[in-house]
Write a protein that binds this ligand. Structure first.
Ligand code: PGA
Length: 248
């Protein structure tokens, strides 16, 4: 069976003390024979700390965003080369909070994915529909449009992506997509990737949106759900570890 991947998205949470305690607990709680890939996407300010805490562990360091630009007069931005210096393996791109609150377009998200890849960082491309889009029957069209922009940009590197389906209405709301709802969108994304690359099978397709200790096993049992992107539940070590345990 394909290895599952569980990524914690801390969002704008944490402190030096809280991060240290959380990472210690996760490191100690990971089963010795853990088979899942595990990573945490931390705020940029804490990447050096997270890198140091995770040194020698199998847990990957992730960033929550990356600049589409290489360097220069882009105040507040962090480049892929900078992330790379802190051991960053994954960068979220196109999280719905970035799309919603920072006006990131499909084109910007695609450029960010490309920037990450160019420095050997795996972009975790987030796609997902709003409640209004779902109710209007546009779910498939929206996620396909969002993913198509990235596929178009990265060309033959499609198989290097991670894709996360995160219905916007499920993020931080406690409303999870049912396993069937999630699987049906994942199947659409899988087909779209397959049409773009002969190696699309390699692309982990994560589900995100109120995934938690209680519902993870059912979601992860779906054929096209290869892991999870976990927000709120990633801030509590026991919950995060339960999700990792469900991904073996
Ligand atoms: P949530 O967030 O698990 O708190 O819903 C997921 C995400 O936004 O990545």
């Amino acid at each position: 069976m394909k290895q599952k991947l569980i990524v914690g998205n801390w969002k704008m949470n944490g402190s030096l003390a809280a991060n240290a305690a959380l990472l210690q607990a996760i490191k100690q709680g990971l089963p010795a024979d853990n088979k899942a890939g595990v990573a945490v996407a931390a705020p940029a300010a804490y990447l050096a700390q997270v890198q140091a805490e995770l040194a020698g562990s199998a847990i990957g360091v992730g960033a929550q965003d990356v600049s589409q630009h290489e360097q220069g007069a882009f105040t507040g931005e962090v480049s892929a080369a900078m992330l790379k210096e802190f051991g960053v393996r994954y960068a979220l791109v196109g999280h719905s909070e970035r799309r919603q609150y920072h006006g990131e377009t499909d084109a910007v998200v695609a450029a960010k994915a490309q920037a990450a890849l160019s420095k050997g960082i795996t972009p975790i491309v987030c796609v997902g529909e709003t409640l209004a889009e779902r109710e209007a029957g546009q779910t498939e069209a929206v996620v396909k449009r969002q993913l198509a922009a990235v596929i178009h940009q990265v060309g033959h590197c499609v198989s290097e992506l991670v894709v996360a389906y995160e219905p916007v209405w499920a993020i931080g709301t406690g409303k999870t997509a049912t396993p069937e709802q999630a699987q049906s969108v994942h199947a659409v994304l899988r087909a779209q990737l397959a049409a773009a690359s002969a190696q699309a099978d390699r692309v982990p397709l994560l589900y995100g949106g109120s995934m938690n200790a209680a519902n993870a096993a059912q979601l992860l049992a779906q054929v096209d759900i290869d892991g999870g992107l976990i927000g709120g539940a990633a801030l509590k070590a026991p919950d995060f570890l339960t999700i990792v345990a469900a991904a073996q």
